[in-house]
Design a protein around this ligand. Sequence first.
Ligand code: SAH
Length: 387
Amino acid sequence: MNKLIVNTFIEKKINNGIQLLDGHDFKDLSIDNQLVEVFSKTQHFLGMAYLSKQNKGIGWFLSHQKITLDETYFKVLFDKAKKERSYYFQSDLTTAFRVFNQDGDNFGGLTVDLYDDYAVFSWYNLFVYQIREQIVAAFKEIFPEIKGAYEKIRFKGIDYQSAHLYGQEAPETFTILENGVSYQVFLNKGLMTGIFLDQHEVREALISHLSSGKKILNLFSYTAAFSVAASMGGAVETTSVDLANRSKEMSIAHFKANHFELVNHRFIVMDVFDFFKYAKRHQLTYDVVIIDPPSFAKNKKKVFSVAKDYHQLISQSLPLLNEQGLIIASTNAANLSLTQFKKELEKGFGAQKHSYETLYQLPSDFKINKNDERSNYLKVFTIKVNK
Ligand code: SAH
């Protein structure tokens, strides 16, 4: 087995509980896609890691002990992860959640989500993909109740993104429950599934106290899950805006799954920045504006990045807000710290009076590595705007 000698800077990071290995910390690394023993400059054994290039990082530190990545190893990890989600397993009202989350569950590069009776595995690099047989065998032992599974490829170099992995095939679309609300999902179309499970708590807040009697604008709405939750919470009207054509049909399906009449719900296929102009022209106003853009997006006209452009979403939402309106500002950008995000928001508010109410972060099924801020990527502020 190859040895990876690390300098004192990296040694310190590892000892501080960081598991994700940064590419820029390792220059001229000639090995890839393998388990390695990690040693300090002074030949002190630090533990074991695996190297494999992925979207962010070049590998993951795994353990301070010597380990073998066999079925037993993963059984222990899955068993622990399952026990830690007993709250979700006991709930009849929520049937979709994450059961394994990367470094939060001590194995970076892998996530597993449950959608009712089915599991979705995401492989974030080639190394995890190559050892998926052991991983799946262990998973089946610990989760015998799961009828079938799908896989998502979240790294470059494999010629498919989504496939059936084992067991029964799920229906092409089916409904799951979250806090008693039905959402329509699909497990084998690209990387997305119709719902972003990490927003459990924001949808819950929309149902319990943010929406009653309110007119809601949901920007970057995808399948309009926030609008459905808001309607369940008593919103009098929702408007969902997304650029993608397919979003409209999926949004309507979500509303129908919950037996809502569609009269008070609008689905607009439009660029959000064009919608701002449209809304201004038609003097449309709202009590709550939900802003949840992708971290990075490119379309014909321009490039949008949360880190540079979020402030525009705030400043352009302000004219559409009623008195005492609420902005729900969300981002899943891991490269933006909470402080940096707040700075972006402040830039958008300018001189406009406002007050921060609540910060929602990842729910407990998305277990984070407390020692690595990057694993705690979700940031959602509710902000009262005092016009
Ligand atoms: N808020 C959603 C998830 C958003 S995913 C939820 O809770 O489920 C990001 C969405 O933004 C995608 O559906 C994509 O089509 C849309 N999008 C990206 N750029 C856009 C733009 N400029 N205007 C409108 N929608 C955009």
